[in-house]
Design a binder for this molecule. Structure first.
Ligand SMILES: *Cc1c(COP(=O)(O)O)cnc(C)c1O
Length: 401
């Protein structure tokens, strides 16, 4: 494999993100293929016994088994790391594999983790149910309240875990403050950056230690595969994450890694256009519904902070139509927009979190994090925004809005 086209860090680090997105991490085989090759192999063969012995001893470079390394997966990891500005990245089978690995690889019984209240349902499940089963204490707080982060710190606090913007209420965390606070107390911050991606927001620049992804969302961007990633310092990835990952096996399939690699080539274009469309649609929806949660609109309580932290506010926003009956009436009247709980897709998708992504939570926890019965979450795609406005216009009217 020729690595010269995109993996020499002294060269690729100097490239700007648009160049890295298309070329970073490209390894070319002796065939000189233009597009990245897809290595569907679980194992590797060796010319002689000493070669494999050296590789297993960590004394020679080279692949040994696809749970440990795979060329297609390695290309994806290199490209994500470059875009993120991270020293290293490891791809995972899904976003939840990434979140689970990022937390479990560094937390032990007796440790304490502080997590944001507003979060993807399964992220909350990890914090509320999985970690406590292993003797890890957890505290859930209002992530938009800086004082709450500070008040939650205990002598054994090891990790802060949050999303910004958060799913589905679009809460924005003050990363500079929260990451700075963590640093002062020797706490590791794990940021779930799925809603923004590095195309719109780079948490490491605000002091985050670990950035974890559902690459299923904007990175793939076309609703095809499940994927995830964890980025961080070399030492964290090599010495903390890798022993966990290599022995527990939440690895991404090479085919899925290849799909995400191709998705990254257009990530910035899609993220920016979808953000513009989401702003246009948001302004329309704001004129028709009682409440909208959109970090790109001045009505959002942390609109200025979002503008500081993000290049654009992303494809997702939420709005409240006051009751489940009305929310369902809107969904059932759609002609163009799909009813779907996925996000980051090039298609516009509308979903009712209380009965889907956050249905497994208790009613009390849902209310506490702002997932009301009338809340709808929209992922705005790449369609013509005028067509989307016309579809929502009709759907909102069908719900007497
Ligand atoms: C979707 C999502 C996840 C989970 O990712 P999967 O790829 O579905 O496992 C985690 N965090 C956030 C914020 C998400 O939106």
């Amino acid at each position: 494999m020729k690595k010269t086209t995109g993996t020499d860090r002294s060269v690729t680090r100097k490239w700007r993100p648009a160049t890295q997105a298309v070329r970073g991490g490209t390894w070319r085989s002796e065939h000189g293929e233009t597009s990245e090759a897809l290595f569907l192999t679980s194992g590797y063969t060796y010319d002689d016994a000493q070669t494999v012995a050296d590789r297993f001893a960590g004394e020679a470079e080279g692949m040994t088994y696809s749970r440990l390394q795979n060329p297609t997966v390695a290309m994806l990891e290199e490209r994500i790391a470059l875009l993120e500005g991270a020293a290293a990245c490891r791809a995972q089978a899904s976003g939840m594999a990434a979140m689970t690995a990022a937390l479990l690889c560094q937390l032990s019984a007796g440790d304490h983790c502080v997590a944001a209240r507003a979060a993807f349902g399964s992220c909350r499940w990890l914090v509320d149910h999985l970690l406590p089963r292993f003797g890890i204490e957890t505290t859930v707080i209002d992530s938009a309240d800086n004082a709450a982060w500070e008040a939650a710190i205990r002598p054994n606090t090891r990790v802060f875990f949050f999303e910004t913007p958060a799913n589905p209420t679009l809460d924005i965390v003050d990363m500079e403050f929260v990451c700075g606070l963590a640093k002062a107390h020797g706490i590791v911050t794990v940021v779930d950056n799925a809603f923004a991606t590095s195309a719109l927001q780079r948490p490491l620049e605000f002091g985050a230690d670990v950035v974890a992804y559902s690459a299923t969302k904007l990175m793939d961007g076309q609703g095809r595969v499940l994927a995830g990633a964890v980025c961080g310092k070399q030492e964290f990835i090599d010495e903390v994450l890798l022993p966990f990952q290599r022995n527990t096996g939440p690895n991404i399939a090479p085919f899925n890694a290849w799909v995400v690699l191709k998705g990254l080539e257009t990530l910035s274009l899609r993220a920016r256009r979808q953000s513009e469309n989401a702003l246009q649609l948001g302004e329309f929806v704001a004129s028709r519904v009682p409440k909208i949660l959109h970090p790109g609109l001045p009505s959002h309580p942390r609109h200025d902070l979002a503008a500081k932290q993000m290049d654009a506010t992303g494809p997702i926003f939420a709005f409240d139509v006051e009751s489940r009956a009305r929310a369902f009436a809107v969904l059932d009247a759609l002609e163009l927009v799909d009813i779907s709980n996925n996000i980051g897709d090039a298609r516009t998708l509308l979903c009712h979190p209380a009965s889907t992504t956050h249905a497994a939570m208790s009613e009390e926890d849902r209310a506490d994090m702002g997932v009301t019965e009338g809340l709808l979450r929209i992922n705005v795609g790449l369609e013509d925004p005028q067509d989307l406005i016309e579809d929502l216009d009709r759907a909102l009217a069908a719900a007497a809005l």
